[in-house]
Design a protein around this ligand. Structure first.
Ligand SMILES: [Zn+2]
Length: 170
């Protein structure tokens, strides 16, 4: 399904991201009152979020993930991660990038049973283009456009690529 976003980059994923957000909210974030907007962008971290008005918040995900072959569980994982940030006490007043406490990771583990597969897929497919300046803030190098035309590993292939080590990297 393609969702055309006004003034933004069309979504190329094979699933509706807004439907996915609605599903996640109903299941895990019923106390969250903001409207959530989702954008693919060509700069910034791999994924981030910020308040955009009193009633709105936006999630930004980097463009290489905007592909028909991107598994829904990868986008689902990134959305859950960002919605968890929105529940943190300081999220309103600053960018969240340092806010990965032990309790944050524990909460994420509880609601994201597929996070290991999602992380493996991202690392396996973007490994040569990833910069990791510090825990919790994954960026792509400036030559990230090289990855655009390459075929992606499947979830199964990326599991083999990453092995069984801990990938708790952002
Ligand atoms: Zn984060």
């Amino acid at each position: 399904m393609r969702e055309t976003v006004l003034g933004g980059i069309p979504h190329l994923t094979q699933f509706s991201i807004q439907a996915l957000i609605r599903h996640i909210r109903r299941k895990h974030f019923t106390g969250l009152n903001r409207r959530i907007h989702f954008y693919f962008v060509t700069n910034g971290p791999l994924a981030c979020s910020c308040p955009t008005s009193q009633r709105d918040a936006s999630i930004f995900v980097h463009q290489p993930l905007n592909e028909p072959t991107t598994p829904d569980l990868v986008i689902e994982y990134l959305i859950k991660h960002q919605l968890l940030h929105m529940q943190l006490p300081h999220w309103e007043t600053k960018w969240h990038l340092n806010e990965h406490s032990y309790s944050f990771w524990e909460a994420e583990k509880t609601i994201s049973p597929h996070r290991r597969d999602a992380q493996s897929w991202i690392v396996a497919n973007f490994f040569p283009w990833l910069v990791r300046p510090r825990l919790g803030m994954m960026r792509l190098k400036s030559n990230w456009k090289e990855v655009q035309n390459l075929s992606r590993m499947t979830i199964y292939e990326s599991r083999q690529f990453c092995g069984a080590g801990d990938l708790r990297t952002w």
